[in-house]
Design a binder for this molecule. Structure first.
Ligand SMILES: [Zn+2]
Ligand SMILES: [Zn+2]
Ligand SMILES: [Zn+2]
Ligand SMILES: [Zn+2]
Length: 399
């Protein structure tokens, strides 16, 4: 959690409202809360916070240590007796404090064991090195992707790296692109560890900074989608639908209704409507979802082709909506079964016998936090690919 609430009464302060302690920058809703906090003992740690770089910095440092300890603990069994591929030492170190190893990526066998502090140090050094000819994006990926197996870190390692990244860049100006990217890395890490509430808070902050800095620009591509995903995991299905509607409106405005991204976004909204109808008992949303999917399907078939993953997912979605909607007739259900069989046949023929539609290289349906009726197996965790947010102000880090 970032420090965007009053330290005394926890009232949300947004990005800039309220008062700050002149010395350590702890935030309050007003002078009354500041006085209360001071009398309650703030004077005892205010100087210490100032020495540590201010309240936000101290919070980030503290959270990094806390989450890193959890990650190391969880990896203890798997990493026993191994050595770090960066510094070649084990859990017992010669010149620095002892530190257990971690490994939460796709590395197998004896590969990929590492100290979190070594990963952090390497990411900091590589990103600071202006002379290196490694491109900016690949440098930045040190914060969330294992450079040995090229897959994203997951779980608490991803979460700890998020705090490490944030504590490295938080002192930059509020709208600095690197600071905004660090917020994204932090929020993604929070999602990876299952803390959707904190992730939502950080993503909403990002949205607020964007709105404040670029009042006439649309929110960065993908940001509303990840916010929708957080809402879905938190069970706030109405808000998922709101986010999906906003995202669709923006993308259709920018690219027109027949653009592949607009069609994907329509599919996302149809999924969100279906999920919301089922979970919150609002049957009228089923009809909206069904007509949306039915209207979009022929467009997708024409624009993307009948074998495209989005087209197949839309067909699947139409059928699932029929099954989930209790008011569907027997004829509807029979038709839905035959179109599902058609999807399975096409998928096998075009993409290979073992392919599962939901694992195909379209971004997965990020609305679906869990099971969706009996017909819908648990969806995979949100793809990190879906989290790549476009940079509002053009180039980042010169790359
Ligand atoms: Zn307050
Ligand atoms: Zn203070
Ligand atoms: Zn190491
Ligand atoms: Zn790896």
């Amino acid at each position: 959690m970032l420090l965007t609430n009053c330290a005394a009464c926890a009232a949300p302060l947004g990005l800039s409202s309220g008062k700050k302690c002149g010395r350590c920058s702890t935030r309050y809703c007003g002078p009354a809360c500041q006085k209360l906090h001071w009398e309650g003992g703030h004077d005892k740690f205010c100087k210490k916070l100032k020495r540590g770089g201010g309240a936000e910095q101290c919070n980030a440092n503290y959270r990094y240590e806390e989450v890193a300890a959890i990650a190391i603990e969880k990896c203890a069994e798997d990493t026993k007796g191994q050595t770090c591929y960066i510094c070649t030492e084990g859990a017992v170190r010669r010149h620095t404090a002892n530190e257990g190893l971690v490994r939460m990526c796709a590395c197998r066998g004896t590969s990929g064991f590492v100290h979190l502090s070594c990963l952090v140090q390497q990411a900091q050094i590589v990103n600071d090195d202006e002379l290196s000819n490694e491109d900016a994006n690949s440098k930045w990926r040190r914060w969330d992707v294992c450079r040995l197996c090229k897959t994203a870190f997951h779980g608490d390692v991803s979460h700890a790296l998020g705090w490490a990244c944030w504590k490295t860049y938080l002192c930059r100006p509020e709208t600095d692109i690197v600071r905004l990217d660090a917020l994204k890395i932090l929020a993604e890490g929070m999602m990876q560890s299952g803390d959707y509430e904190s992730a939502l808070h950080v993503f909403q902050n990002l949205l607020a900074i964007n709105k404040k800095s670029f009042p006439h620009a649309s929110p960065p591509d993908g940001l509303l989608g990840v916010i929708a995903t957080c809402y879905a995991h938190l069970g706030q299905y109405d808000k998922v639908v709101d986010m999906r509607r906003d995202a669709l409106e923006i993308i259709v405005d920018m690219r027109g209704p027949e653009d592949p991204l607009s069609l994907e976004s329509t599919l996302d909204l149809a999924c969100a409507l279906g999920m919301c109808a089922e979970r919150t008992g609002k049957p009228h949303l089923f009809s909206e979802a069904r007509s949306l999917a039915r209207e979009t399907l022929p467009v997708a078939e024409r624009v993307l082709g009948p074998h495209n993953a989005t087209t197949l997912r839309l067909t699947e979605n139409c059928a699932q909506l029929v099954f989930a909607d209790k008011s569907s007739s027997q004829d509807d259900r029979r038709a839905a079964i035959s179109s599902m069989e058609g999807v399975v046949r096409t998928t096998r023929r075009v993409y290979g016998a073992r392919t599962q539609l939901r694992k195909m290289p379209r971004r997965p349906c990020v609305n679906c936090a869990g099971t969706w009726g009996a017909t819908r197996p648990t969806s995979p965790p949100p793809s990190r690919g879906a989290l790549v947010l476009s940079r509002v102000s053009g180039n980042s880090r010169g790359g």
